[in-house]
Each structure stands twice: as structure tokens, then as C-alpha cells.
Design a protein around this ligand. Structure first.
Ligand code: 6GU
Length: 244
């Protein structure tokens, strides 16, 4: 997969993209990530990328010109068609299933906005898919781009050392993850649940499933409601009194 990030702050996103799972996936050639500075495509002597809104009002608006030129240049660099993504609080809410869908694509072009907003012709002309990472306002799209890239890249085949861990983690089956423990068995009087030390894999599996359901019901009942139509076993287990 190739991911292009168009941003006004490439220096802010570089270090994070060199670390951990994303950094390793890049080094292994699983994903190629490039940052392009939109300001490099400014044409006036002040290197402007934003301007005041027509009609008045507060803040600055990202201009069409530099961004359109940046998109055209970056898209020409690779024959694979890019799915354009505009990061904005006005977009569709980013979810794990969206991450899975994007992970199946060959090429993403992610536009990070800044300032009060975008010239509406950016939407009309580039027809990007608009994505938001949640119901709050960030000063810019860069943190959102890091969230999206991380969530997508870790799903690419080979990105995680242990492929198992995708299957069991929170949200992959619509539920939150069960509690986990590691050594020591006792810490400051706090003990590891006996079942996890039993070596009985069927009992462990059942305990984890119950804990997942209980935790999801307590913390995110909305996930259970959402999943009920597609997970008949879940509603059955919940009805059977995991409530205890
Ligand atoms: Cl994608 N961008 C900005 N600026 N704010 C946000 C967001 C994106 N998602 C939530 N808030």
C-alpha cells in the first residue's frame, strides 16, 4: 500500500510514522508513506496557503490552488489510482470497519486541513471521502491522520508480528477486549484469576468471552445493541445471564 499525507506540518508527523508498528511496516516494505508539504505549492511571494473568507467571518480558509497542485503532483507519481481522504470534523465517523475497508485499498491520499476550514471547491473539485475521528474539534488534521494511518497500517498483512492479536483485540468482533495479566502471579496482594492459571483452554476461552461481554455491556452497551443483528450468539450469551 502507498499512503501520501498532504500537510502543512510534515515535521510534526514524521517522527510518529517512523516508530513502532507503522515504522516497522515501512521498513519491511509493507507500506510506503510519503509526506508532502502543501506550502511547497504556494505561488505568491508570501507562500500563502490560506486566506480570509469571502463574506467575512473569523479565521482563515485553506485555498484551492496549492492543494490542487499538490494533489496533482503526488497522484502523477504513481499509476495506481488514489482514494482521496479529507480529514475534517464534518466527515463520517472513523471506525474499525472503515479501517478494515481502507486497509484493502492500494493507495490512499490523506489531506490534513488546518485553519477554520476549507474552500468548499476543494470538496467539489477533489471529491474526497471526508472522515472525522470523533465529535470534538482539533486545530488540524495531523493528529487525525496519525490515528487513521496507525489503525489502517496495523491491519496490513505482516504488519503485526503475531497475526493472532488482531482477532482477539477490542472491536474486531464488535466487543471490548477481556482483561489480561502477566507475571507475577501476585502483585501487592492482587492476584491473577485462577482460571488463567488452570491450563484448561476451553474454560479460559469461555471466561474471556464472558468478560468481554460483561465489559462491553458495562462500558459500551451501544456496541452490543449495534452488534445484535449480526451476532446472534452474543445476544444469546447476554440473555443467558452473563449479567450475573
Ligand atoms: Cl479529521 N480534523 C479536525 N480538524 N478536527 C477533528 C477531526 C478531524 N476529527 C475530529 N475532530
Amino acid at each position: 500500500m502507498r499512503i501520501d499525507l498532504l500537510t502543512l506540518f510534515p515535521e510534526a508527523v514524521g517522527p510518529l510514522l517512523a516508530c513502532s508498528i507503522v515504522g516497522r511496516a515501512r521498513a519491511a516494505g509493507i507500506v510506503s508513506i510519503r509526506c508532502t508539504n502543501i506550502r511547497d505549492f504556494a505561488t505568491d511571494r508570501h507562500q500563502s496557503v490560506d486566506d480570509r473568507p469571502f463574506g467575512g467571518g473569523p479565521g482563515m480558509i485553506m485555498m484551492c490552488g496549492p492543494l490542487f497542485d499538490a494533489v496533482a503532483k503526488v497522484e502523477r507519481e504513481d499509476p495506481r489510482p488514489a482514494v482521496r481522504i479529507l480529514l475534517t470534523p464534518q466527515g463520517a465517523r472513523f471506525t474499525q470497519s472503515m479501517a478494515r475497508e481502507l486497509a484493502g485499498l492500494e493507495r490512499l491520499l490523506v489531506i490534513c486541513g488546518h485553519y477554520e476550514g476549507f474552500d468548499e471547491r476543494i470538496r467539489e473539485g477533489l471529491k474526497p471521502r471526508e472522515i472525522s475521528i470523533g465529535d470534538y474539534v482539533l486545530s488540524g488534521g495531523e493528529p487525525a491522520a496519525m490515528v487513521l494511518v496507525d489503525a489502517v497500517v496495523r491491519l496490513l498483512p505482516g504488519a503485526l508480528g503475531d497475526e493472532e492479536s488482531i482477532e482477539h483485540e477490542s472491536f474486531s468482533d464488535g466487543l471490548l477486549e477481556y482483561p489480561q495479566y502477566t507475571r507475577p502471579r501476585e502483585f501487592c496482594g492482587l492476584n491473577v484469576p485462577e482460571v488463567l492459571l488452570s491450563g484448561d483452554h476451553a474454560r479460559i476461552e469461555q471466561w474471556r468471552r464472558e468478560q468481554s461481554l460483561r465489559r462491553t455491556r458495562e462500558r459500551r452497551p451501544d456496541l452490543i445493541e449495534k452488534g445484535q443483528s449480526r451476532r446472534s450468539d452474543c445476544s444469546r450469551l447476554v440473555d443467558e445471564g452473563v449479567r450475573s
